[in-house]
Design a protein around this ligand. Structure first.
Ligand SMILES: [Zn+2]
Length: 427
């Protein structure tokens, strides 16, 4: 078994022989525009039957969904479990054991918002994913990439230019220069079970020394990461803002473009033609601007540069037919704004498209189509009940009280439905 296989399936909690029957639901399957009224049967953590007729199953525990919407658990494709502070230098200075303990509430709160899966975009490792799988952390399953790869002076190099020492002790990233160094680092992360490899190919907001327009990593370095990921049937995700850096990395085989705020129409078309994904993260700029303490002055200027372009970028990608993922990229206490991404995206896309991004498209992005992000026989039973129709009012997903029921791999995380039902006096 490959070392990373634990993040699927081993966190499944067996139900009793009869399983769990979610009855009388309006089912959004993660893709189709029409909701189907019906029942869903779950056994051993997986969906075994989806029926438009009422199912009668002996010994199954039956929960009446009461005509509410049943949908797949949400997937956040750009999460930072170890970003336990808004200040990256503070994260770097934190002991890794303490950092892991501080990651716990970030993950647990994400699950309570309905995110049953996250793809970590820098830092998370097999230890943290395993802590979730073993139930030590009651959070979403984690697809991790280990420490993200950056060149010296790149976006992942958070060392202050004026600091007395240039010592390299980074919590979320590693500095590697030259194709051989990139290859070795990618091999190490993949050996440790990484599901994907993250690289930085343009400047970024929170790093101190690199302008947004800067190209990062040479073609040979990017190619080395792509080749190594491919040997494991994994893939590369690249932090890229500018149209130029997006085109270059997709041409070299990068599969997942993160942020992409400064993409143009032509480049969006190029990305769509190559079948790559774009994973926008609008809420991070919104949240950072709303509360910018902890940001360096040079970061504030860079924030203004990219934030205004974010919605336009999503619109270009949508028009060009790019497969758009769903990510958030939040740091520290800003994680609480995670579900606001839905509302921001809905400014330029229909709620249906945004919901597809956070379920079936993200599942495909994570190479988990058919297993995650869908309601179909054989899929992992990650399910949410929404009190109302999120296809009409996507802001429902921002409200905890609108998510009365959350199931992860067949295990009940939250259940307000049974509580309500049992309050009704019998006879
Ligand atoms: Zn990020």
């Amino acid at each position: 078994m490959p070392p990373h296989a634990h993040s699927l399936g081993s966190d499944v909690t067996p139900n009793s022989a009869g399983g769990l029957l979610l009855a009388n639901a309006q089912i959004f399957d993660g893709a189709k525009a029409e909701l189907a009224h019906g029942d869903v049967l779950i056994r051993d953590g997986a969906i075994v039957d989806v029926s438009t007729r009422a199912l009668a199953v002996d010994h199954a525990r039956r929960i009446d969904v009461g005509g509410r919407t049943l949908m797949p658990g949400l997937i956040d494709a750009h999460f930072h479990a170890y970003a336990t502070s808004r200040s990256v230098s503070e994260i770097d200075a934190t002991h890794p054991v303490l950092r892991a303990h501080r990651a716990r509430p970030l993950l647990e709160n994400a699950l309570r918002r309905g995110f049953t899966t996250v793809r970590d975009a820098a830092g998370a490792d097999s230890g943290l994913a395993r802590a979730v799988d073993e139930g030590l952390i009651d959070g979403p399953r984690i697809f991790f990439g280990g420490k993200a790869l950056t060149q010296t002076g790149g976006h992942g190099d958070m060392r202050d230019a004026d600091a007395a020492c240039g010592c390299n002790s980074l919590g979320l990233t590693q500095i590697v220069d030259g194709a051989d160094a990139v290859r070795l680092a990618a091999r190490e992360e993949l050996r440790r079970g990484a599901h994907q490899i993250k690289i930085f190919v343009s400047g970024g907001v929170v790093s101190p020394t690199d302008p947004i327009w800067m190209d990062q990593f040479s073609d040979d370095e990017i190619r080395a990461a792509v080749e190594e990921a491919a040997t494991r049937r994994a893939y590369v995700l690249a932090h890229a803002y500018t149209a130029r850096s997006i085109r270059r990395s997709v041409a070299l085989g990068v599969r997942s473009i993160e942020h992409a705020n400064l993409i143009d129409r032509e480049t969006a078309k190029f990305v769509a033609d190559r079948g790559a994904f774009v994973d926008p993260t609008l809420v991070t700029y919104d949240a950072m601007r709303g509360s910018n303490e902890g940001l360096l002055p040079q970061s504030l200027a860079k924030l203004r540069e990219v934030e205004g372009a974010g919605l336009q970028a999503v619109a270009y990608c949508h028009e060009a037919g790019v497969r758009l993922g769903f990510g958030t990229d939040l740091l520290g206490d800003l994680h609480r704004h995670q579900s606001h991404e839905f509302v921001l995206r809905a400014k330029v896309q229909a709620p249906l498209d945004v919901l597809r991004s956070a379920t079936s498209i993200n599942a495909e992005l994570l190479q988990q189509q058919g297993k995650l992000g869908t309601i179909a026989p054989g899929a992992i039973a990650d399910l949410l009940v929404v009190d109302g129709n999120p296809l009409e009012d996507i802001a429902l997903l921002e409200r905890h009280e609108s998510l009365p029921f959350i199931l992860k791999a067949g295990r009940i995380v939250r259940d307000e439905l049974s509580a309500k039902a049992s309050e009704v006096p019998a006879g």
